[in-house]
Design a protein around this ligand. Structure first.
Ligand SMILES: *Cc1c(COP(=O)(O)O)cnc(C)c1O
Length: 384
C-alpha cells in the first residue's frame, strides 16, 4: 500500500499519541477540565498549554481560540454564528463554489433560512478574482468565506488581499484553513482575518478536534449553535476533550518547528511527481503548479475515472474530492473551474505528507503511467 492521501487525513505523530494517552487513564490527568478540584486544575492546565501552542503557531492570543470537533464544526459555527449575529444589519453573504462541503453546504442551509448568498465563480485555476469580490460586496453584506489552501487542487487564495477588501467594507472575513494550518505561514496577528477554522487531523494530530479563531475586534461576534454548560464563553459549551486538545496542541508545536523543512520536502516530492507524469499524453494539471506543494491534482483525457482508481489499486489517492468519492458526481470544485464532466471524472488527487519518501512517489508515477497505458489498450504487456 502506498498512501498518498494526506489531504484526507494524516497519521497521528507518535509523540502526539503519547501526549493523548497520558490524559486518558486513571494514572493520568483524566479529570474534567471544568472541575475545580486539583485534578480538574491539572486537566485545565493541559488545555491552556494546548491553546498557547496553537496560538503560537498562528500568532493568536490563546483566549481567541474556541475548541471544536474539527473544521466542519468550526466552519458551521463561524458561518452560521456570524450570519445570525449580524442578521439585523443585513442578510447578504459571499463565498465560492470551490469551497469545502463544510462551507458550501452551510451556506446552502442559510439560503434556505432566508439569507442571500453570492457564489463567486473562480478562474480556470480555481482562484478568486479580487475585482469580482469588490463588485459583489453590497451595503447589506455581512460575511465573506474564502478558504486558504483548496483541499482538492492545492491552490492558495490570496487571503491577505481578500481580507483587506473585507476590512475596507466592514465585512467579516472567515477563512477555512484546514489544509494550510501548520503547513504554510499563517499569522492572524497581522492578517485581516476575523474567523479561521482549523483541524488537528490534517496536521498529524487526532481526528475529532479542531478550533475556531475569533479575532478581538469590534463587530466580530458570533452566536452559539449549541447550548449547555458555560464552557468556552458559552460559544461552544460541553466538556472539553482535553486529551484530543492536548494532542492538537502538541501537533501544532511540532508543526511550528518543522514547517519550513516539511515545505521543502513536499516541494521536492511534488516536483518529482509532476516531472514523472507531466509528459503522459493527455495529462493536465488542475490548479496551479505554484500552489501548495502537498497536493497535486491531474486529469487525463480518454480514461474513465472509476476504472483508473481501480487500476491504481495499491495506491491510496483520491478522485476529485474524498468527500465526494462515494457519489458518482464529478467534483463540484473542478466543474466550477470549467472542467468538463469527463475531465473532472478522470481527476486524481495525489497528496503528499511528512512520511512520504521519494520511493513512494517513484512507485506512484510508475503505477499511474502503467494504468493509463493499460486503460488505453496500448500497453505492451498485461498487468502482472
Ligand atoms: C478536511 C477539511 C475540512 C473538514 O475537517 P474535519 O476536521 O474533518 O471536519 C474542512 N475544510 C477543509 C478545507 C478540509 O480540508
Amino acid at each position: 500500500m502506498i498512501y498518498l492521501d494526506y489531504a484526507a487525513t494524516t497519521p497521528v505523530d507518535s509523540r502526539v499519541a503519547a501526549t493523548i494517552l497520558a490524559l486518558l487513564t486513571a494514572d493520568g490527568d483524566f479529570a474534567n477540565p471544568s472541575s475545580n478540584h486539583q485534578a480538574g486544575l491539572r486537566s485545565r492546565a493541559h488545555v491552556a498549554h494546548a491553546a498557547e501552542r496553537l496560538g503560537a503557531l498562528i500568532n493568536a492570543h490563546p483566549d481567541r481560540l474556541i475548541w471544536t470537533s474539527g473544521a466542519t464544526e468550526s466552519d458551521n459555527l463561524a458561518i452560521i454564528g456570524a450570519a445570525r449575529a449580524r442578521a439585523h444589519r443585513g442578510r447578504h453573504l459571499i463565498t465560492m463554489p470551490t469551497e469545502h462541503k463544510a462551507v458550501t453546504d452551510t451556506f446552502a442551509a442559510l439560503e434556505q433560512q432566508g439569507f442571500e448568498v453570492s457564489w463567486l465563480a473562480p478562474d480556470s485555476r480555481g482562484l478568486l478574482e479580487i475585482a469580482q469580490l469588490e463588485a459583489a460586496i453590497r451595503e447589506d453584506t455581512q460575511l465573506v468565506s474564502i478558504m486558504h489552501v483548496n483541499n482538492e487542487t492545492g491552490i492558495v487564495q490570496d487571503i491577505a488581499q481578500i481580507g483587506a477588501v473585507c476590512r475596507q467594507h466592514d465585512v467579516l472575513y472567515h477563512v477555512d484553513a484546514a489544509q494550510s494550518l501548520g503547513k504554510l505561514p499563517l499569522d492572524v496577528g497581522n492578517l485581516p482575518i476575523d474567523l479561521m477554522s482549523m483541524t488537528a487531523h490534517k496536521v498529524y494530530g487526532p481526528k475529532g478536534v479542531g478550533a475556531l479563531f475569533i479575532a478581538d475586534r469590534p463587530g466580530c461576534h458570533i452566536e452559539p449553535l449549541t447550548y449547555g454548560g458555560g464552557q468556552q464563553k458559552r460559544l461552544r459549551p460541553g466538556t472539553l476533550a482535553a486529551p484530543l486538545i492536548a494532542g492538537f496542541g502538541h501537533a501544532a508545536e511540532i508543526a511550528s518547528s518543522c514547517q519550513a523543512d516539511d515545505l521543502k520536502h513536499l516541494a521536492e516530492l511534488r516536483d518529482q511527481l509532476w516531472g514523472g507524469i507531466r509528459d503522459v499524453p493527455g495529462v493536465t494539471l488542475n490548479g496551479d503548479i505554484d500552489g501548495f506543494p502537498g497536493i497535486l491534482n491531474v486529469s487525463v483525457d480518454g480514461v474513465e475515472g472509476e476504472s483508473l482508481l481501480l487500476a491504481l489499486e495499491p495506491l491510496c489517492v483520491a478522485t476529485g474530492s474524498a468527500c465526494n468519492s462515494k457519489s458518482q458526481e464529478p467534483s463540484g470544485v473542478l466543474r466550477a473551474m470549467g472542467l468538463s464532466d469527463m475531465q473532472a471524472q478522470s481527476a486524481i488527487r495525489f497528496s503528499l505528507g511528512r512520511p512520504t519518501r521519494g520511493e513512494d512517489v517513484a512507485a506512484a508515477v510508475e503505477l499511474y503511467c502503467n494504468a493509463i497505458s493499460r486503460l488505453r489498450g496500448i500497453a505492451p504487456e498485461p498487468p502482472a
